[in-house]
Design a binder for this molecule. Structure first.
Ligand code: PMP
Length: 337
């Protein structure tokens, strides 16, 4: 049995019980491990769906160029699909993203333009503005706009939600997801809520992002916006894919807690995941007193740890930010002392 091309291997990712790292949590915690997608992240699902829907509606034409502002994972999914389907890709990203992510996009033949992080979205130098300008200037181009393109959440309504429902045999009581564009939480959550209206949906946010305050007060507060390190989640605007009515609660996690938890997941569970998985699990542990023994929590692990080798998995990087206070004893330090 074989697949006709790599895109057919997207989805049907495993659900794996967490054991040691969740030992103080009364509930069963199951992680949806999206690293096994061919582009090593959940974003393969929505990238393909956005392309297929644009092909159907005629927005994306044969030989066209896909232009998108992306933090890397969506770009990877788009670039992979573009290879198979014969499109060109130009991505704009920010100087905060891991070098590994940018290099991976280039590996698929995409052109990548790195833009400054600390400018307003409306600033002509921002990665949003640069991609919008290119869309106007490059002939036969199409901008998926993952933030407002509802094909993003629909991919998760059609795939991620049903997979989790089947894998837990309908026993899921809580869904915990880091929120960026909102596609994952909104699509997956909508499907699961239709199956069982009692399922709790918790979004994980970062300090420096507007989501939590907006959910709790209805106010878009610019004072909430400042730069942060955690990758993939939190925003400084309100994407159309975030369904605020569906989400019961947003929990904020610090950069430090997210970074250290990312490492812990690998060291304690043997699952090599990226920074937003650490943020999501740290957020869940902050909420653990609300969970009971019979609860079945599903937490989404969005991407692979290999994209963070120069960051969360690098001791010097952590130390420079004050995240790693205690130096561990190493064989070398013992021999030298
Ligand atoms: N984690 C990572 C690593 C991501 O790349 C993204 C996408 N920005 C998310 C979490 C959030 O997913 P979504 O955009 O579906 O809300």
């Amino acid at each position: 049995m074989w697949y006709n091309n790599i895109l057919e291997t997207i989805g049907n990712t495993p659900l794996v019980k967490l054991n040691k790292i969740t030992k103080d949590v009364k509930a069963t915690v199951l992680a949806k491990i999206e690293t096994t997608n061919p582009g090593n992240s959940i974003k393969d699902r929505m990238a393909l769906k956005m392309i297929e829907d644009a092909e159907k509606s005629g927005k994306l034409k044969p030989g066209g160029t896909i232009i998108e502002g992306t933090s890397g994972n969506t770009g990877m999914g788009l670039a992979m699909a573009a290879v198979i389907k014969g499109y060109k890709c130009i991505f704009t990203t920010t100087d905060k993203q891991s070098k590994e992510k940018v290099d991976a996009l280039k590996a698929f033949g995409a052109e990548v333009i790195v833009c400054p992080t600390d400018v307003d979205p409306e600033d002509p130098r921002s990665y949003y503005s640069v991609s919008s300008r290119l869309e106007k200037e490059v002939p036969n181009s199409w901008k998926p706009n993952q933030y407002d393109n509802l094909s993003n959440s629909i991919a998760h309504y059609e795939q991620t939600g049903p997979e989790i429902w089947e894998q837990t045999e309908g026993k899921i009581t809580h869904l915990v997801v880091g929120v960026g564009t909102g596609g994952t939480i909104s699509g997956t959550g909508k499907f699961l809520r239709e199956k069982n209206p009692d399922i709790k949906i918790w979004g994980i946010d970062t300090y420096g992002s507007v989501f939590k305050k907006y959910k709790e007060t209805g106010v878009f507060d610019e004072k909430e916006i400042y730069s942060y390190i955690t990758e993939g989640i939190g925003e400084d605007f309100l994407p159309k894919n975030v369904d605020f009515d569906l989400i019961d609660h947003f929990e904020k996690v610090t950069d430090k807690d997210a970074a250290l938890m990312t490492r812990d997941i690998t060291r304690k569970e043997g699952i090599f995941v990226g920074n937003s998985a650490g943020a999501a699990l740290a957020g869940l542990l902050q909420m653990k007193d609300q969970l009971k023994e019979d609860d079945v929590v599903v937490i989404v692990f969005h991407d692979h740890g290999s994209r963070y080798m120069g960051k969360m998995f690098n001791d010097d990087w952590l130390r420079e930010r004050g995240f790693l206070q205690e130096d561990r004893l190493t064989a070398k330090s013992i021999l030298e002392s």
